[in-house]
Design a protein around this ligand. Structure first.
Ligand code: AMP
Ligand code: GLY
Length: 398
């Protein structure tokens, strides 16, 4: 509930975190600080709860001043907000949660959440647009170190519940290191939606033992399966700016395959129809033996969902970079491309396969229904099989 409290406890135990300054409601001091700072060096945070919308990563000092005006002058986030301005970190993020019994923490597998609104981690911060687990970002030694810090907090607060650590693995020096972005006393959203699908044992039993401050380590109480789970959030295009006044219908839910399941968020059933007023509407989840397939199942299904006003939105790149990095897809990917114009985005794909940024993949053929299409020239340039097939007189289904 308080980022200031979170920081003070990190200081108390020398837990690595970014440098920070707390500003009580002194508008001029904050503006002064911003005007004299380098923009890529800081992050502005509301100390209190803000439904995942209280962290700002401005791109210009003017943008930063606008944010400060929204906080202090327009009171867009309530009238009583202290803020923190902290050092901006660059690196890879990971979420690490654990069950706490007042004495020790029992970690869940690592997971990764996509906080930014747009692909390639651009756009504003959100409550989370998708996630996957297990992630392998921290190694065993780093994880032990993190557990050590979390144990200190659990003991100090005699804390029973879920402790969530948002961690950034920074790559500034040769030795990579991690820093704590924050602690939350709750499950993470949307990571928990994937993590609970990895849990084989009974959640109630775990919570019960934590509640009664019993050990869970030696009782085989927590068991994880060896699968991969991911999820992608379907939101309204207005998210996170605003919601709709009147509910609109969500179509296509009955068309989904059994390889995916849905967790509803802002959804009601009215007159046997699924309806929403926007925001983050629902999450499409898939569990599989294979990371690639869990993503594939989602992306082959989420596009079947449509909103009455045609304004659905979801990120297209959840898990993508991790998939490439880990080469988690053990099957070779054979790609065929259909196109009728210039194939501008195909160029990136052709390049990435050629220079093995996408590993274990080949582009087998490019087919066009237009013999003059630029995409066929691109195929020739990259020595890829290509073919013109006329669609003249054919209907869409054929
Ligand atoms: P928080 O609510 O503090 O976890 O922040 C939400 C998100 O904002 C994080 O998951 C990061 O993506 C980003 N963020 C927070 N603090 C920093 C920081 N010091 N440097 C860079 N990004 C940050
Ligand atoms: N997934 C980020 C959070 O729950 O805070």
């Amino acid at each position: 509930g308080s980022k200031i409290f979170s920081k003070s406890i990190m200081d108390k135990f020398n837990i690595p975190t970014s440098e920070y300054i707390v500003f009580k409601k002194n508008y001029n001091t904050v503006c002064n600080y911003i005007e004299n700072s380098h923009i890529d060096k800081y992050v502005i945070k509301l100390s209190g709860l803000a439904s995942g919308k209280g962290v700002f990563l401005p791109n210009t000092n003017n943008e930063a001043i606008k944010i400060i005006n929204d906080i202090y002058v327009n009171h867009s986030y309530g009238s009583n907000q202290d803020i923190i301005i902290e050092e901006r970190l660059y690196g890879e993020e990971v979420s690490v949660m654990g069950f706490c019994n007042g004495n020790e923490i029992f970690l869940l597998p690592q997971s990764q959440d996509y906080k930014r609104l747009h692909d390639n981690n651009n756009g504003s911060n959100t409550g989370g647009m998708g996630s996957y687990a297990p992630a392998h970002i921290l190694n065993t030694t780093e994880l032990q170190e993190l557990k050590h810090y979390m144990d200190l907090i659990v003991k100090d607060l005699n804390y029973v519940g879920i402790l969530y650590a948002g961690v950034m693995r920074t790559n500034t020096s040769k030795n990579s290191q991690f820093k704590l972005l924050e602690f939350n006393c709750r499950f993470g959203d949307p990571e928990t939606q994937v993590l609970m699908n990895l849990l084989e044992s009974d959640l109630y039993e775990i919570i019960n033992r934590c509640y009664y401050r019993l050990d869970i380590k030696n009782h085989d109480i927590i068991k994880w399966n060896k699968k991969y789970v991911s999820n992608v959030i379907l939101s309204h295009i207005y998210y996170p700016a605003r919601k709709l006044q009147n509910p609109i219908e969500i179509m296509g839910i009955n068309k989904l395959d059994s390889s995916v399941k849905i967790y509803f968020a802002n959804v009601i059933v009215d007159d046997r129809k699924y309806k929403t007023t926007g925001g983050r509407i629902l999450s499409v989840v898939s569990i599989s033996d294979n990371f690639f397939m869990s993503l594939n199942n989602i992306y082959n299904n989420i596009n079947k969902l449509e909103l009455e006003d045609n304004n659905r939105y979801y990120r297209m790149d959840i898990g993508y970079e991790y998939l490439l990095k880990e080469n988690n897809c053990n099957k070779k990917i054979k790609i065929a491309i259909l196109g009728s114009t210039n194939g501008t985005s195909t160029e990136l794909l052709l390049e990435s396969v050629k220079n093995e940024k996408i590993k274990n993949a080949t582009i087998e053929i490019i087919i066009s229904n237009n013999c003059n299409a630029g995409i066929l020239d691109k195929a020739k340039k990259y020595n890829v099989n290509n073919m013109f097939i006329s669609s003249h007189g054919l209907r869409k289904k054929e």
